[in-house]
Design a protein around this ligand. Sequence first.
Ligand code: BES
Ligand code: MN
Ligand code: MN
Length: 465
Amino acid sequence: MKSPKNYIEQHKQRFIDELISLLKIPSVSADPHYKKEVLLTAEEVKNRLQEAGCDTVEVCETPGYPIVYGEKIIDKNLPTVLVYGHYDVQPPDPIDLWNSPPFEPVIQKTELHPEGAIFARGACDDKGQMYMHVKAMEFMTKNEALPCNVKFMIEGEEEVGSESLEWFLSRNQEKLSNDVILISDTGMISKDAPSITTGLRGLSYVEVEVTGPNRDLHSGLYGGAVANPINILTQMIAQLTNENNHITIPGFYDQVEDLSQDERAKMAEAPFNLENYQKAIGIKNVHGEATYTTNERNSIRPTLDVNGIWGGYTGEGAKTVIPSKAYAKISMRLVPNQDWKEITQLFKNHFESLAPDSVKVEVKPHHGGQAYVTPIDGIEYQAADKAFQETFGKSAIPQRSGGSIPIVSMFEKNLGSKTILMGFGLDTDAIHSPNEHFGIWNYLKGIETIPYFYQHFTDLFQNNK
Ligand code: BES
Ligand code: MN
Ligand code: MN
């Protein structure tokens, strides 16, 4: 295959400008306020797929936000790569902590991105990484370098749990049939350590509500004699982990597989510097489950975290009150074999059992998903590894990530497909945080690497027939 380098060099300013214009549309799926913008982004993505050389493009309705579909089928006997990505983004809050407005992208140099990085919500997660695939497609179609069939499926509800995706998958099995799914929605270890994400954690997300008295009470008149739901809620949460930061929900670890010493030793070989890790996020020391390393804690071990907690008076000044209600949002990251629905039920039973009878407790399950592991002996892994060798001059490091993309296990269940996760973001790119950014070097390197995946995958596929 002709190297994509020249083409990228000639068109890189346009590639950057196009991404910037996509980043200007605030496609926040969590907030109904942005409905118009989310829908507009879907239209934009559809047009870009068409310009990049897809023969069929459509915005497919679902019960929620639409899924953008595009395809180019060149020969039924050749393999088909299905690219998945998402055009929705996380809410930008807290806005005050951004150095520039989240939907007015700017390019700024940083220590890790001396070539400049684009700062905007969605720059890395996932508009920037998704758009690398659109531009790689453009390169391949404009240079007679497309070796196989391609399908794109770009959704708009990933950041809120991909609720419509199973609906869509079950109705479009034929249309979405493929030989491999390719996703760039994860990270890489560093700019000189390309990596393939071989594992994702599952998720169970719940909201809890603790109700005490039937109305807010004067904290002098009633204080001491009536359960304060905030006090009770925090006591209940505190009981969910023990002194070893082990989760105390009965049965929680029953299905968790212990990795062999061998596998743990292999994991520990991946480059990692604890001091830099701590420095980058401004902490003096790490914290987590006893007897596991930081990299194990954030990838192969399940967790429980409070994501938000509220109740009572939080306005200016003081108000003396015992609130009627207290709430928390809690997420549990899960590992292979833990069933998210089962874990949600275990949480519910346990949490309810912790409540004294002076309060009422309600546990409301939100969304969830299963964990995923990619085998490293399949042709999809080999093809990705060869692609990285072409553009980085070295093999990729397999790495299990702590994040979740619940649809990956759904793809396997519904379509029987394996997924390959080729991420180009850095952990320090601040996804979901203020000042999210994506390095221009990473963006262009992604565009350069992706066509090699297609080439090697097609070759390996044909040889394996
Ligand atoms: N792209 C992320 C997931 C991710 C990031 C995985 C980096 C591995 C490395 C995705 O957009 C995301 O944020 N997923 C959510 C789950 C979803 C159900 C809301 C997450 O992990 O919190
Ligand atoms: Mn993402
Ligand atoms: Mn995300």
